[in-house]
Write a protein that binds this ligand. Structure first.
Ligand SMILES: Nc1nc2c(ncn2[C@@H]2O[C@H](COP(=O)(O)O)[C@@H](O)[C@H]2O)c(=O)[nH]1
Ligand SMILES: [Mg+2]
Ligand SMILES: [Zn+2]
Length: 484
């Protein structure tokens, strides 16, 4: 009989590497059982997700066909507890609401002939309210709002994963030059590469040298930021990367680094990086209307933007991530004040005020005036934040799908909870051109045009690309409106 030789597999979990052998004929369940035992878990624990990655970060399926390896290049095992995604939870809420809704409809039908009798109406309203309150309590317990404490931070990236398991990224000259273009295509890069690209921006802008930023702290800061963005359809780490890259693109296209102070560049870049951190995927209107903990903590005043600042600075305060460690007190104060101002300015309800103020400053702009420079930074971060349509259509259009997916998830939940629904978020009312024409025409173009009064280079490629997007969506809108 031929000798049956097992495949020897080495797996690293936390700091320990263990080996096991897979014999031909092993099943998926066998592999699962081994991984459970390596992670000291009971097989009854169903809420666990295993991820196996090669040393280069490639994910491999935990199957009996795993190629063998050596102790020197073990697979890395990470274990996560599965939590319900907002989508799952929406489905759960919807399924719980369905019978209640049926019951309500039933009662409403029976009461129909008595519609004018106010006592019955009041009873119905009160019943409906009780259902809403019960459902809201259910929802709030499923979505506990994030408290702003150091425990808010999901994970401070350890030095190990950064230096031992992350491949060292070396970008080609072509990539380095492309990164400076506002037309950069984010979709080609995975998360760790985007982290490395942001690190490159710090270096290229001379910030590491000027502010003596220690590289391990910068790497850990960026990885921790990445880990604290949620997997929302739109407000995720990729959006953070795009906003940061557009800021960097504007800096390069306009050569503004020759006109502003290094601290201004640091403020703008870090503001972009943290500007949507830990976004829950539901906007300020939802936070206020649903009376969430975030809205309560921030007294309904830009709850999300305040939260992004608080989470961002909680990470910076951590000694392992403190990229501002070597700033002087004066520099730190300026950085903190500037970053908070930029992030709070991304709340679009402040848009009108910011534009009106900038109009005045733009007429008489002076790069030597710190307040003028600060307003310029605010405008640059705001532009970067809403800049998807300043990119080529194949880069921009998937972002619109992501935005609408997030909007629809919110409006579905608002409907389920009996909260007000904004028409621009309602899947029954929104079309893609409908979402873009007004936004590009009345928000994006005026914003970029205002900035271009101080940074005229934006008239070169950036603003024409936005106008092209507008024309595309206007045409699409006309086609959709034509009777068939
Ligand atoms: N209709 C569109 N709305 C957009 C688009 N890009 C951005 N936005 C809106 O702006 C805010 C930006 O703030 P954020 O900090 O939340 O990212 C975003 O929420 C959208 O409401 C767009 O292309 N079309
Ligand atoms: Mg935001
Ligand atoms: Zn944003």
């Amino acid at each position: 009989m031929a000798k049956v030789s097992p495949t020897r597999i080495h797996v690293k979990l936390d700091d320990k590497t263990e080996a096991f052998e897979l014999y031909p004929g092993s099943s998926n369940d066998d592999v699962r059982a081994i991984l459970y035992s390596l992670a000291s878990l009971s097989l009854d624990d169903k809420d666990v997700v295993f991820k196996l990655t090669k040393p280069d970060g490639t994910v491999v399926p935990p199957s009996p066909l795993l190629p063998g390896n050596t102790e020197k290049d073990p697979y890395v095992l990470s274990v996560k507890r599965a939590t319900a995604s907002p989508k799952d939870t929406n489905a759960q809420i919807a399924s719980k609401l369905a019978p209640l809704e049926l019951k309500l409809n039933d009662i409403a039908k029976q009461l129909e002939p008595l519609r004018d009798i106010s006592a019955f109406r009041e009873q119905l309203v009160s019943f409906q309210k009780r259902v809403e309150v019960a459902e809201k309590n259910l929802t709030m317990s499923q979505f506990p709002a994030t408290k702003v404490t150091s425990k808010t931070i999901k994970r401070i990236s350890k030095i190990d994963p950064i230096f031992t398991h992350q491949p060292k990224y070396v970008f080609t000259d072509e990539t380095v030059a492309y990164l400076k273009q506002p037309s950069f295509n984010n979709w080609q890069w995975e998360e760790n590469e985007m982290v490395a690209l942001i690190e490159h921006m710090f270096s290229e802008l001379g910030l590491i040298e000027r502010f003596k930023i220690e590289l391990p702290l910068l790497k850990r800061f960026l990885h921790t930021v990445k880990d604290n963005y949620n997997n929302n359809p739109f407000h995720n780490f990729r959006h953070c990367f795009c906003v940061t890259q557009m800021f960097y693109g504007i800096v390069n296209v306009t050569k503004i680094m020759d006109k502003v102070e290094p601290i201004d560049l640091l403020i703008g870049l870090v503001a972009c990086i943290i500007h949507d951190i830990d976004h829950p995927g539901f906007n300020n209107a939802y936070q206020v209307n649903a009376r969430t903990e975030l809205a309560t903590v921030y007294n309904d005043q830009s709850p999300l933007e305040n939260h992004h600042c608080a989470v961002g600075f909680t990470i910076i305060r951590n000694k392992d991530c403190n990229i501002f460690k070597n700033l002087t007190d004066k520099e730190y104060d300026a950085a903190r004040k500037g970053i908070v101002r930029c992030v709070l300015s991304t709340d679009l309800t402040k848009h009108g005020d910011i534009m009106a103020k900038f109009k005045v400053v733009a007429d008489n702009f002076s790069f030597t005036d710190p307040e003028h420079r600060m307003q310029l930074l605010v405008m640059m971060v705001k532009c970067a934040d809403i800049s998807n349509e300043a990119r080529p259509a194949d880069v921009a259009e998937p972002w619109l799908d992501c935005l609408l997916e997030e909007y629809f998830a919110q409006s579905d939940r608002e409907k389920a909870e009996g909260l007000p629904v904004a028409p621009f978020m309602d899947r029954d009312k929104v079309t893609k051109p409908g979402a873009q024409v007004g936004f590009i025409q009345f928000v994006m173009i005026p914003l970029f045009e205002h900035l271009a009064r101080v940074l005229p280079q934006l008239e070169g490629d950036v603003i024409p690309q936005i106008r092209k997007s507008l024309a595309y969506y206007q045409e699409l809108q006309q086609k959709m409106q034509k009777p068939m």
